[in-house]
Write a protein that binds this ligand. Structure first.
Ligand SMILES: Nc1ncnc2c1ncn2[C@@H]1O[C@H](COP(=O)(O)OP(=O)(O)OP(=O)(O)O)[C@@H](O)[C@H]1O
Ligand SMILES: O=C(O)c1ccc[n+]([C@@H]2O[C@H](COP(=O)([O-])O)[C@@H](O)[C@H]2O)c1
Length: 205
């Protein structure tokens, strides 16, 4: 495992931020967060489920409370992981610029590290106020099977690229498996399997 150095204030808390729709949260998300936390010596990783993911507005997304609860269940056993309601409690479309401003307000002068998979990183210039994002947080792009990880076109020094254990899991595939009556055991945490079953999520897709 590599050790990563990025310039940061001495003694400041180092907070990872893992934003996602988490419909459902799966082991690809959890492994990425855990690996980045270790490589960047993070004190905590805050998972932030989206409220209204505007770039997924053409897709049906499960209710925010279900996605929030699955994220809480999936992260509960790790003392370094927590979950923020910031994006689901804010009205309107979810923009990361607002997420980072909210977190900055709550966590004062902590150093923020926003974690994205290779696919999300490649879209970052389409996000709202993309230029300003890099002044609020350092970005960490992680490898994801089937996607090319690159920081081409992104501000120099604003992004670190990190190799994480390859897990070819996507929420889309998990939803399709449930809809077809196939198992999602070991793709998502056990408690999330139970929650999907209890709430009958993804059955009609
Ligand atoms: N298997 C994975 N490995 C590494 N990063 C991942 C993986 N799956 C998702 N991510 C990253 O986690 C973040 C949140 O992803 P998201 O909740 O949209 O999951 P998803 O599996 O991509 O969902 P969907 O299939 O519905 O688009 C994004 O930055 C995404 O790139
Ligand atoms: O800020 C934006 O405009 C923006 C556009 C698309 C995605 N994002 C963020 O990227 C993260 C991953 O999003 P998604 O849609 O791949 O689950 C999540 O935190 C989103 O809020 C942010």
């Amino acid at each position: 495992m590599g050790e990563q150095e990025v310039p940061t204030g001495r003694g400041k808390r180092r907070l990872g931020v893992m934003g996602g729709t988490f419909d459902p949260i799966h082991h690809g998300h959890l492994v990425a967060a855990s690996e980045v936390a270790a490589q960047f010596h993070l004190d905590e990783v805050i998972f932030v489920p989206t409220g209204q993911p505007w770039q997924k507005s053409h897709k049906e997304v499960s209710p925010a409370e279900d996605r929030y609860l699955m994220t809480v269940i999936a992260t509960a056993s790790n003392p370094q992981f927590s979950v923020s309601r910031s994006d689901i409690d804010r009205k309107g479309p979810t923009y990361t610029i607002d997420t980072l401003r909210d977190l900055r307000e709550v966590h004062g002068d902590a150093d923020l590290f926003f974690i994205t998979g290779a696919d999300a990183l490649s879209q970052i210039l389409t996000w709202r106020d993309a230029d300003e994002l890099f002044s609020l947080s350092h970005f960490i792009g992680v490898t994801r099977p089937g996607h090319v990880l690159t920081d081409d076109g992104l501000p120099e020094g604003g992004v670190s690229l990190v190799e994480v254990p390859a897990l070819a899991i996507s929420s889309t595939d998990c939803r399709a498996r449930v809809a077809q009556g196939e198992p999602v055991w070991y793709l998502v945490p056990d408690g999330v399997v139970r929650y999907i079953d209890k709430r009958q999520l993804y059955r009609g897709e």
